[in-house]
Design a protein around this ligand. Structure first.
Ligand code: SF4
Ligand code: SF4
Length: 157
């Protein structure tokens, strides 16, 4: 059930479009996506609110979801989508919500490439990877995928 009002502003319309296109209104709240989401293992502060099902529920309640910094914890791995029996693509929903947040400058702490300057991921993901890598190849994390490949190829030519 969506609680969106009939009289909608632009933000509401945009978020509604993302929910519609990702199949979010077909969610039957079975919880299968929560069971496969890696965020539970990635973040010690994980809670149900920041699970795929939690994101879906919050997004259906209010377009203010785009201001929830926990969206940026999503690794966009697609495990939730692949397991959903109703064909809901939580990853596409999160990607769409992130884009709206970026367009409206409501994004959380973002990571820019130290070479070309583009935003390529969030600080939540960088913090997780930094902890996992324990300083090995840490400098690559400063670069977007394109610059990372270029530097890697240059170093290994
Ligand atoms: S697996 Fe699909 S139907 Fe079940 S809670 Fe997740 S999004 Fe909803
Ligand atoms: S795409 Fe995001 S929400 Fe879905 S399983 Fe992966 S990390 Fe979790």
């Amino acid at each position: 059930m969506t609680l969106y009002p009939k009289s909608s502003n632009d933000l509401t319309t945009e978020v509604f479009g993302v929910l519609r296109d990702s199949g979010a209104f077909c969610c039957v709240e079975c919880g299968k996506c929560v069971a496969v989401c890696p965020m539970a293992d990635m973040y010690p502060y994980f809670s149900h609110d920041m699970s795929p099902r939690g994101f879906l529920k919050a997004a259906r309640m209010s377009p203010k979801i785009i201001e929830d910094g926990r969206l940026w914890c999503c690794a966009e791995c697609n495990a939730c989508t692949e397991t959903c029996p109703e064909g809901v693509s939580c990853r596409e929903m999160v990607k769409g919500l992130k884009k709206i947040a970026l367009d409206r400058e409501k994004a959380d702490k973002m990571k820019r490439c130290s070479l070309c300057g583009i935003i390529y991921t969030s600080m939540q993901i960088i913090d997780f990877l930094t902890d996992k890598l324990k300083q090995q190849h840490f400098d690559y994390l400063e670069l977007c995928p394109s610059c990372r490949m270029a530097v890697y190829l240059r170093r290994n030519a």
